[in-house]
Write a protein that binds this ligand. Structure first.
Ligand SMILES: *[C@@H]1O[C@H](CO)[C@@H](O)[C@H](O)[C@H]1NC(C)=O
Ligand SMILES: *[C@@H]1O[C@H](CO)[C@@H](O)[C@H](O)[C@H]1NC(C)=O
Ligand SMILES: *[C@@H]1O[C@H](CO)[C@@H](O)[C@H](O)[C@H]1NC(C)=O
Length: 260
């Protein structure tokens, strides 16, 4: 599924995730002209919302958003790092010009046993459980899905965090998520992810594996891992929002889980 930006929800998640509670007095060490110059300065100076809204309005989606798809698995450390530190923040900053599709499956294997699909995951059964919870969350929680998955992947224990992440960011009951996970729907969703992953051209060699508008090359992957926002801004054909000139910390996430 493709996720659009629910701005207020995201802001809440982001601010909570950074531990910057709005009740605390801002600790702002930047002059006003630099408040909107980076995510850190905006958060520190308590103007994140204003900076993002300004950009959101200015961008006005003058072209199709750039489609970023992430093929990953729930417990692969490199996937977690990329999702939490790069994909989610870029999605916030690139509001309106970037859509995200998440495909939790990665290097899992599918077998048919009787009338069922069964899965073996690279990091064991817990990872299959995490993948299926995330697939069900995407099917059932609408625009809250990405914040919920971000919340899970940034927690110390992805699986243990799931219930409270769902509770904080949606009103979908945990028991209905779990009946998806344990039932035919969860199996169907995982099978769809298996098919989508198997259909990748070129086939994935590792995860996190990124496609941009459906395309994967070594160069796109490298750019996505070091400066996704820059890449998206570059690919966007419409009027570029101000966030495109904001400095995103250039980071290099090169931790991969390989597919044998
Ligand atoms: C403000 O932030 C700086 C560095 O980010 C820190 O050293 C300082 O202790 C903080 N001050 C308060 C009052 O939180
Ligand atoms: C949820 O999954 C079912 C079964 O694959 C599908 O028919 C339905 O459209 C999905 N809903 C969403 C919101 O993705
Ligand atoms: C969640 O709450 C909203 C109103 O805030 C309501 O429209 C929606 O139907 C609820 N969803 C579920 C799954 O209960």
């Amino acid at each position: 599924m493709v996720m659009e930006l629910p701005l207020l929800l995201i802001l809440t998640v982001w601010v909570n995730a950074r531990g910057v509670q709005s009740a605390l007095p801002p600790n702002c060490s930047y002059p006003p002209s630099q408040w909107c110059s980076s995510l850190d300065s905006a958060a520190q100076c308590g103007v994140l919302k204003q900076c993002l809204e300004r950009d959101f309005i200015r961008s006005r989606q003058t072209a199709e958003p750039v489609e970023v798809a992430l093929y990953y698995e729930s417990l692969c450390p490199g996937c977690r790092l990329f999702l939490v530190e790069m994909l989610f923040p870029s999605w916030i900053l690139a509001s309106g010009i970037m859509s995200v599709a998440l495909v939790p499956y990665g290097n899992a294997e599918e077998k048919v046993v009787g009338h069922k699909y069964v899965y073996q995951c690279q990091h064991g059964e817990q990872e299959c459980l995490g993948n299926t919870i995330e697939a069900c969350v995407m099917n059932m929680t609408g625009p809250a899905a990405f914040p919920i998955i971000f919340c899970m992947e940034s927690a110390a224990d992805v699986i243990k965090a799931a219930e409270s992440c769902v509770g904080v960011y949606s009103n979908v009951s945990w028991s209905s998520i779990m009946s998806c996970v344990k039932g035919d729907l969860g199996m169907q969703l995982m099978h769809q992810n298996a098919l989508m992953t198997a259909a990748l051209k070129p086939p994935h060699e590792y995860v996190p594996w990124v496609t941009i508008n459906g395309e994967h090359t070594d160069d796109l992957q490298k750019q996505a891992m070091s400066n996704l926002l820059g890449l998206v801004c570059n690919k966007y054909k419409g009027t570029k929002p101000d966030t495109c000139v904001m400095g995103q910390h250039s980071q290099h996430f090169r931790s991969y889980c390989h597919n044998n």
